[in-house]
Design a protein around this ligand. Structure first.
Ligand code: C2E
Ligand code: MG
Ligand code: MG
Ligand code: MG
Length: 279
C-alpha cells in the first residue's frame, strides 16, 4: 500500500513537473515570438530633482503588449527571460527602442537630460556588450552620457570581478550608472565604495513606510548620508505621497520618482498629458 502511494505520488510529481516544464516552454516560445513581432513596448516614468522641481530623466520600463492577455508588466516575463537567456535579445530591443525614443525627443527639442535603462546580469556578462552598446548609441546619434544603466546589487554578486570591470569600462566610455533597488541586496559597503556610480536608487520598500516606521526612516536617512559621503547622487523610488516627498527633501535626497510625480506611461499617453498641462 505504502509503496503504491509512493508510486502515485511520484507520478503526480512527474505530471506536475511536465506541466510546469511545458508551461515554461510555451511561455518561452511566446516570448520569442513577441520579440520577432515587436510586441514589447516601453513606458517612461519621469524623475524629478527635489530642489528646483525640474525633470531630470525618464526611466524606461518594458511591457509586453500580449495579443490575448493584454498589457503585461515585466514581473510576468523578465524572470523567465533571464533564465532562458532571451533577456539578451530582449535587452537589445529595449536599448534600441529607448535610444530611438530619446533621439526623437531631442530632435523635437524636448528637455530630457537622461533616459535610464534596466540591465540584467546576462546582458552585462556578454563580452561584446559595451561595443554593441556604443554602436547602437552612435547609430541613433546620441551622446553616451544621456544613457543611465541601472544595475542591482545582486547582479554584482554573480561575478564581482568581471561585472565591476564592465562597470568601470562603461563609466570610462561615458555612460551613467545607477544602483537600483538599493538596500535590498547583500553587497558590502566596501564593494559599493569601489563602484563607479552616479546614482543610488533607494528601493521603494523603504519609502513606503516613511511617516509610519522609524526604522525605515533611519535606513533612508543613512542611505542619503552614504550617498553624500561617496559623492553619489541619491534618488528615491516609489514616492507616492507629499509627506514622503517632504521628508526626502528635508533630509537632502536629490531626486525622486513615483506615482506622486507620474506613473510610467507610453509615449502617446505622455503627449496627451503634456497637452493637458499646456492648455
Ligand atoms: P525597477 O527598475 O525598480 O522599477 C521601478 C518599478 O516601480 C516599476 O515597476 C514602476 O512602475 C514601479 N513604480 C514606480 N513608481 C511607483 C510608486 O510610486 N509606487 C509603487 N508601488 N511602484 C512604483 P515595473 O514597471 O512593473 O517594473 C518592475 C521591474 O522590472 C523593474 O523594477 C525592473 O527591475 C524590471 N524591468 C523593467 N523594465 C525592464 C527592462 O527593460 N529590462 C530589465 N532587465 N528589467 C526591467
Ligand atoms: Mg530600475
Ligand atoms: Mg527599483
Ligand atoms: Mg528592480
Amino acid at each position: 500500500r505504502a509503496k503504491g502511494r509512493g508510486k502515485n505520488r511520484y507520478e503526480l510529481y512527474t505530471a506536475e513537473l511536465t506541466t510546469d516544464a511545458l508551461q515554461h516552454f510555451l511561455i518561452e516560445q511566446h516570448l520569442r515570438q513577441a520579440l520577432q513581432k515587436k510586441q514589447l513596448i516601453l513606458h517612461y516614468q519621469p524623475q524629478y530633482r527635489l530642489d528646483d522641481k525640474q525633470l531630470c530623466g525618464y526611466e524606461a520600463l518594458v511591457r509586453w503588449q500580449h495579443p490575448v492577455h493584454g498589457l503585461l508588466g515585466p514581473d510576468k516575463f523578465i524572470p523567465l527571460a533571464e533564465e532562458t537567456q532571451l533577456i539578451v535579445p530582449l535587452g537589445w530591443q529595449v536599448i534600441d527602442m529607448a535610444c530611438q525614443q530619446l533621439a526623437i525627443w531631442l530632435r523635437q527639442g524636448k528637455h530630457v537630460p537622461i533616459v535610464a535603462i534596466n540591465i540584467s546580469p546576462p546582458q552585462l556578462l556578454q563580452a561584446d556588450f559595451i561595443q554593441r552598446l556604443n554602436q547602437t548609441v552612435a547609430m541613433h546619434g546620441l551622446e553616451r552620457h544621456r544613457l543611465e544603466l541601472e544595475v542591482t546589487e545582486s547582479m554584482i554578486m554573480q561575478d564581482p570581478d568581471f561585472i565591476i570591470q564592465q562597470l568601470q569600462r562603461l563609466r570610462l566610455s561615458g555612460y551613467h550608472l545607477a544602483l537600483d533597488d538599493f538596500g535590498t541586496g547583500y553587497s558590502s559597503l566596501d564593494r559599493i565604495k569601489h563602484l563607479p556610480l552616479h546614482r543610488l536608487k533607494i528601493d521603494k520598500s523603504f519609502i513606503r513606510d516613511i511617516g509610519r516606521n522609524p526604522k525605515d526612516e533611519a535606513v533612508v536617512i543613512t542611505i542619503i548620508a552614504l550617498g553624500r559621503s561617496l559623492g553619489v547622487e541619491v534618488l528615491a523610488e516609489g514616492v507616492e505621497t507629499a509627506a514622503q516627498s517632504e521628508f526626502l527633501r528635508q533630509h537632502g535626497c536629490a531626486s525622486v520618482q513615483g506615482y506622486l510625480f507620474g506613473r510610467p506611461l507610453s509615449v502617446e499617453q505622455l503627449m496627451v498629458k503634456e497637452e493637458q498641462v499646456a492648455g
